[in-house]
Design a protein around this ligand. Structure first.
Ligand code: GLA
Length: 636
């Protein structure tokens, strides 16, 4: 029970918000959906004010009509609980249920995501609306899946959050002594004498305690997960046949540990919005897809949202040229998504996202965009059978949400862009044609030949043991600078950093040497390092390359390798440029059938090829036109 009920092909559709439109548009919607091959739509994500116009008073008539029309049209429904946007009556009645920013300002309604998952009134109202939907629709023939909430991520620093945080801390540490020790409370007189003295990490005068901040992010992930589970359980109880999910999203603002969450959803679902204005958007899409598949344990997952056309980035809206929507969709499908879903079906006339692209643009069906939507949608049934086998990867990149969170701290040995460091390794591998998985530092690594740890700054004792076990058993471990700098409490690993694994790597790191911005430090025959280097003392490892220049580091080891048990551990003591990673992967013989601008993914007897370049591409016997894609038999 992990798949939208009643659907056995690939899903195609998106967020459908009929409540924004008069009823006469709804019949047209169903007709157009059928024309486009849409088979699943997500309904009701932001409908709370329409479903419960006053506390305890429900209006389901419109939703009954919508679900009836969709069902009659053969379109299945992914029915959402609307808790990501509480109605104005709720927030006015319960101002304490609005989220509080780190600076103490309580937000007001007028946008969305204004809720505090730890506020009792919000929890109760969430249960009530979810239960009312379950009671009415759990047996509805159109219902294929439940979509709880939307993109969990809003953090609150309220008093409710603070109280819940203390309860969470008490469960974790049991005694204040343990908490004070874990948080290094003697520094700056932060020793707590009573649980009630512990606050949420709101804005402080100067630097905050990194262990406190990291625990608050862990707590927030767990608190949001509790909110999800509460709804999931009552939806499941109403009909155990219907899978339940929520759409995960990506961002520094999202304190969600996807490894933990993936275990609680029936189907991992992800919203992919690449932010790059150029061809890096393809890279970001592949990165999102490989992460999602990995959170799903290598199995099926679903691209729940993407933009049909123009994508909003910081620099404005970037158009998707002809064929790009299909290619992005195929990046996801080839990498394990069981379909392609979008935000949203019909472009809104008003509201904050009125200029967001949609499957049906403002100009209607007679548009280039809608023709592409129809063409692609009608192609999918023909390739569904090629997606049965899993994606094959024997390289994994460690994905450590805690390292991402912890490296957001203001005071580090050097500024660290964890996301970019992980993405860089993925990017260079992808350009070499290698499809990589991601793995949790504490997860099962046994199926991989090579595991790469990008700046895995937080390395718990359990993760360190996991890496030791992996390498001893024959694995090849590659770790980059600052890996294992601190433990799970953000306390430094003494005597050489590296998560205490100095014997495994055969080196000790003795000093951090940030380099001036913009200056590159050449490595012998190995490209160059950027921004950050470490002074490394050999303790049994061999030096693969040395720094060619730089105070203190000239002639010192930059990249090392150490045999350990049946395997070997490589250490990269600096931030490498793409060219140097490429050189290292050459050394490690990591190559695959794809290449720059060309995604090639093998699954069982099938090979997926997506050609993002402006030239025709030939892969084996298959010729793929410029800007196009193909699925063909894989050469054996
Ligand atoms: C998110 C949300 C959608 C919409 C899109 C816009 O993914 O879930 O409601 O706001 O972003 O890109």
């Amino acid at each position: 029970m992990d798949w939208p009920r009643g659907l056995d092909g690939l899903c195609y559709g998106g967020d459908y918000n009929p409540e924004q439109w008069p009823e006469e548009v709804w019949d047209d919607d169903v007709l157009l959906m059928r024309e486009a091959g849409v088979n699943l739509v997500t309904v009701g994500v932001f409908s709370w004010a329409r479903l419960e116009p006053r506390e305890g008073e429900y209006d389901f008539a419109w939703l009954d009509t919508v679900l009836g029309k969709l069902h009659a049209g053969g379109i299945a429904v992914n029915l959402a609980t609307p808790t990501a946007s509480p109605p104005p009556w709720f927030t006015l009645a319960h101002p304490d249920a609005l989220n509080v920013r780190p600076d103490g300002v309580r937000q007001v309604h007028g946008s969305r995501d204004t809720y505090d998952v730890t506020a009792p009134a919000y929890r109760e109202a969430s249960r009530r609306i979810a239960a009312a939907l379950a009671e009415r629709y759990a047996g509805h023939p159109a219902l294929a899946m439940w979509h709880v909430h939307n993109e969990y991520g809003s953090t609150s620093f309220s008093e409710h959050a603070e109280r819940a945080f203390r309860t969470w801390l008490e469960a974790k540490y049991e005694t204040l002594d343990a908490l004070n020790t874990a948080w290094w409370g003697s520094f700056w007189s932060q020793h707590y004498g009573e649980w009630d003295q512990v606050l949420a990490p709101r804005a402080t005068q100067y630097l905050a305690n990194p262990a406190h901040e990291l625990d608050f992010k862990r707590f927030t992930s767990d608190a949001m997960l509790d909110h999800y589970k509460e709804q999931r359980d009552l939806l499941r109880e109403a009909n155990p046949e219907v899978p339940v999910t929520t759409n995960l999203v990506f961002g520094q603002w999202v304190p969600v540990d996807p490894w933990k969450w993936a275990a609680e959803v029936d189907l991992v679902a992800f919203d992919s919005y690449p932010s790059a204005p150029d061809e890096r958007a393809e890279q970001q899409s592949a990165f999102h897809a490989d992460l999602s598949r990995s959170w799903a344990g290598g199995g099926d997952w679903l691209l729940m949202e993407q933009a049909a056309a123009a994508v909003h980035s910081k620099d404005g809206a970037v158009a998707k040229t002809p064929g790009r929507m299909a290619r992005h969709s195929m990046i996801h499908i080839s990498r394990g998504s069981k379909g392609a879903m979008f935000f949203q079906w019909r472009a809104g006339r008003g509201g904050a996202e009125q200029w967001h692209s949609a499957l049906v643009p403002h100009a209607g069906k007679n548009t280039r965009m809608f023709r592409e939507v129809v063409e692609f949608g009608n192609t999918l049934p023909g390739i569904a059978h090629t997606t049965a086998e899993p994606v094959e990867a024997d390289v994994a990149i460690l994905w450590s949400p805690e390292s991402w969170w912890a490296t957001a701290a203001a005071h580090l040995p050097a500024p660290v862009d964890y996301l970019e460091n992980a993405a860089q390794i993925h990017r260079v591998l992808r350009e070499r044609g290698v499809v990589a998985d991601f793995a949790s530092p504490e997860g099962d690594l046994s199926k991989y030949a090579t595991v790469i740890a990008p700046t895995t700054y937080v390395l718990s004792r359990a993760a360190a043991e996991n890496l030791r076990w992996f390498t001893a058993g024959g694995g090849r471990l590659v770790a980059s600078y600052l890996t294992g700098a601190v433990d799970e409490h953000c306390q430094v690993w003494l005597d050489g950093y590296l998560g205490g694994l100095t014997d495994l790597f055969g080196v000790r790191v003795t000093e951090h040497l940030p380099q001036p911005a913009g200056e590159r430090r050449a490595l012998w025959n190995f490209g160059a390092a950027e921004r950050f280097c470490e002074l490394v003392e050999l303790r049994g490892a061999q030096c693969v390359t040395q720094y060619a220049t730089g105070d203190l580091i000239e002639g010192q080891p930059a990249v090392t390798v150490n045999p350990f048990g049946e395997g070997e551990a490589w250490y990269v003591s600096c931030k490498l440029g793409d060219d140097a990673w490429d050189r290292l992967f050459e050394e490690l013989e990591l190559t695959g059938p794809g290449g720059p601008g060309l995604d090639v993914v093998d699954r069982g007897e099938w090979r997926f090829i997506v050609n993002h370049t402006e030239q025709e591409a030939q892969v084996g016997h298959v010729i793929v036109p410029a800007g196009s894609w193909a699925v063909d038999k894989r050469p054996r």
